[in-house]
Design a protein around this ligand. Structure first.
Ligand SMILES: Cc1cc2nc3c(=O)[nH]c(=O)nc-3n(C[C@H](O)[C@H](O)[C@H](O)COP(=O)(O)OP(=O)(O)OC[C@H]3O[C@@H](n4cnc5c(N)ncnc54)[C@H](O)[C@@H]3O)c2cc1C
Ligand code: SF4
Length: 357
């Protein structure tokens, strides 16, 4: 008898939305998450507020989590991972193993991979920014954590900073380190964080050093213009080559490419806008499921731009940042499509699918 369940791997925004979509169409879901609770990277990294509307991340994720937990059609397996997999579309056999080492067999008709991303480690190849050397050099993610605690201070002194700069494209758009793609969200997120820093520490000057600012849709006027016009954040087109310490200041050295002259700017804090890389779980799931990775190391989707969720393996779909850098709009859009495709497969197996047209 064909299975009427869909296996969703990863309980971040993509996995939660896919599970919610599948259940709302009347099919069963087994939702597998490595961590001790649902919520994904915005939860594990304690993001502060979401662009565009600055809603608190914890409020948004709690609402999603509660909806999942209430659904009679969604079975959640926390602290678990997929360890073995076989079969064909409509009739897969999966083995899930939890943190205690207990294994469970699950039959499913389709799989949605939603295992997400990880942040680029700025100490890995970009030593010139001194992330592991200077306490006051932090990342976009560290800044989210501080902003969500409502306290933005220099780690070295505990005092509010007087001058902060963001450095864009750390770990993205860089042939040298092998991440040639743009991470899509960091220009918007640094503008959002810059606004929040100005609100929290009004006499702190905030600068953003960028190669070119990449904003999509409404992020242009609602984050980028707003940061400049209402919050007086200063955007400097330039390339930062080095961060050094001089006395109790950090000195940012580089070139202002608009003016064509060298820059040396003393700062209290430097925020590195780190990009998105495929998570370890994404790479691991590609091996267990036998789904290929595309050239940047994310899960390959076959039919983009019109079909962003179908992988080369029939019955296996992908959603969210497991397929490449994504904001939340892209993530939940993909998750909804993956849910529809997976449920269509369940119904075809059960012989209850309606022909199109
Ligand atoms: C600093 C920063 C701030 C951001 N802020 C915003 C914002 O304000 N607005 C916006 O639109 N976007 C924002 N984004 C982008 C947003 O975080 C992503 O779009 C979103 O998290 C992608 O969701 P996801 O579920 O695909 O991946 P993730 O959030 O990474 O979730 C993946 C989940 O899968 C789990 N997992 C991994 N491997 C396995 C496995 N093998 N088995 C089971 N589970 C596994 C992980 O534990 C995790 O829970 C931001 C990104 C960054 C870097
Ligand atoms: S979104 Fe902006 S900071 Fe991020 S990689 Fe693209 S251009 Fe660089």
């Amino acid at each position: 008898m064909p299975s009427d369940s869909v296996l969703v791997l990863g309980g971040g925004p993509a996995g939660m939305e896919a599970a919610r979509g599948i259940a709302s169409l009347g099919s069963k879901v087994v939702l597998v998450e490595l961590r001790e609770r649902l919520g994904g990277t915005p939860d594990s990294a304690s993001y502060s507020s979401f662009a565009l509307d600055h809603r608190k991340v914890s409020d948004v994720l709690t609402a999603m989590r509660e909806e999942i937990e209430r659904s009679p059609l969604i079975d959640v397996r926390l602290q678990s991972r997929l360890t073995a997999f076989e079969g064909k579309a409509g009739d897969f056999k999966a083995t899930l193993t939890n943190i205690k080492g207990t294994s469970e067999a699950v039959d499913c008709a389709a799989v949605v991979i939603a295992t997400g991303f990880q942040h680029f480690d700025p100490g890995r190849e970009t030593q010139m920014y001194g992330y592991y050397e200077y306490e006051d050099v932090i990342t976009l993610v560290d800044a989210e954590r501080m902003l969500s605690a409502g306290k933005f201070v220099r780690p070295s002194t505990g005092e509010p900073p007087k001058a902060v700069c963001f450095i864009q494209c750390v770990g993205s758009r860089d042939r040298r380190i092998g991440n040639e793609y743009c991470s899509k969200v960091c220009c918007g997120i640094s503008s959002k964080e810059a606004i929040e820093v100005r609100e929290l520490v009004p006499d702190c000057k905030v600068f953003i050093f960028y190669i070119d600012m990449r904003m999509y849709g409404f992020w242009e006027d609602q984050l980028y213009w707003k940061a400049q016009e209402e919050h007086k954040v200063q955007f400097i087109r330039g390339i930062v080559t080095e961060v050094i310490r001089r006395g109790d200041k950090l000195v940012v050295k580089g070139e202002d490419t608009t003016m064509g002259r060298p820059v040396e700017a003393p700062m209290d804090m430097v925020v590195l806008s780190v990009g998105m890389e495929p998570s370890r779980g994404t790479v691991e799931m590609s091996k267990v499921l036998g789904v290929p990775l595309e050239s940047h190391g994310f899960i390959a989707a076959n039919g983009a731009p019109l079909d962003t969720v179908t992988t080369p393996v029939p019955g296996i779909f992908v959603a969210g940042a497991a397929a490449g850098p994504k904001d939340l709009e892209d993530t939940v859009g993909m998750a909804g499509l993956a849910a529809a495709r997976a449920v269509a497969l369940v119904r075809r197996q059960a012989g209850t699918a309606q022909p199109v047209g």
